[in-house]
Design a protein around this ligand. Sequence first.
Ligand code: ADP
Ligand code: ASP
Ligand code: MG
Length: 476
Amino acid sequence: MKDLLVMKFGGTSMGSADRIEVAGKLAREALAQRPVAVVVSAMSKVTDLLLDTLRRAEGGDNAAVEANLKTLAERHEAACGKLLDGAALDQAVGEVETLVAEFRRIANGVQMLGERPPRAVDEAVAVGERLSAMMLTAYLSRHGVRAKAINAREVIVTDAVFGNATPLMDKTRERAQRLLRPLIEDGMLPVVTGFNGATADGRPTTLGRGGSDFSASILAAALDSSELWIWTDVDGIMTADPRIVPGAAVLAEVTYREAAELAYNGAKVLHPRTLAPLVERKIPVWSKNSFAPERPGTRIVPEVKAPPGPRAVTSMAGVALVSLEPNSAEVSGTRIMGRALEALSATSAEVLAMTSSSYQQSFCFLVRKDELERAREAVEAALSLEINHEYIKPVEVNENVGLLAVVGEGMRGKAGMAGEIFTAISREKVNVIAIAQGSSELTIAIVVAREGLDKAVRAVHQQCRMGETAGYTGIK
Ligand code: ADP
Ligand code: ASP
Ligand code: MG
């Protein structure tokens, strides 16, 4: 199949009837030129609402569950009411009712159990994406496009890590070629749910929060597409989060590695794992603004002629630094580090950054706050003997930290770069707590005091003149 385009519409781009209309038009225009497959997120905030409902159900708060279900149904019915009429509207409202009832059934089960089994959560939250796929499909059909809503559960095959599953690419490819390709070759437009998948034996999974970007790249690879366009609510990948740095500029081009480093270090504009499936086939990605589709956006490519120096700064709040320190120099820091990391790997808590000191044999690592308890318990259990005998000091946790990362292919081998970054941060009197630089030299990650995080991001952005070199200034 020649020139296939996979398009993904994020939560804001699907967030209302008006936005769905725009998404539908963009898909239709593209379909007039070339074969297209679409991937959709749930309407903005809907996944949060669904997760909140399941938490309320677990806590037995029936009134809150009912109120949330009402909000869920009303928001989708209102959008259908604006997009459709007549029999198509009746049918869509019926489908909203069916999907909400399906969610309610799981929420009731959670309430009865007083527990949220991860598998049930994954099955339930996918309802958000199923609702938006249904609505976009209905809208497109009304406008003469032969569109078909597809539940990615039938296509994306994953491992059984509920809530953060990894695709099994060979099996997914086989399904995508068997189920989607014939539709596309027949001139139809599949509208596939983002975010979800299922194990080979059919148990529903999800790919992690923000995972619809990842769904789209998985399908782009599995279908050998020639491009992936990710429609979002900003002009592309920017030199910083425009919510933190008003003067952030859009980057015309970034490499897969730059985009991945930015995403892993907190740039929400892309799910961290998005680029991985595309690297081998070198499929280019565009990050584009569905609010201003005429703007070029950012092209993400295997290589670019990067200007020297850093290209973007990103940050992550909601992290915690865990420190381990032996009480005496006789204890091998390396062995402690090895045991701690082994314990962490068994919990699947992700280490975001890590540094060590050879003199004190101490080391510290950064994790997300929502993985902190798991991480801490695992490390304490693995080292309980050493802690009880006071060979190691009690595990210390600092939750008042944030991660700042400066990213750019051109940083490699550029002398004085780190100095400039630290000068900018210290000028703002923000405390630097730890520093980590990957061996790729693409990224410098700096742990700073939480209250100074945004200030430090702005200072680094200004010091490195990021807003001036990148191109035009993005407009939200
Ligand atoms: P979608 O719902 O389309 O997936 P997201 O909310 O997940 O959109 O991601 C887009 C948001 O990412 C933007 O609104 C912006 O605030 C944020 N963001 C963070 N860092 C960056 C960056 N470096 N460039 C662009 N946007 C960024
Ligand atoms: N709806 C999911 C979420 O909010 C996936 C996505 O939007 O990418 O996490
Ligand atoms: Mg997103």
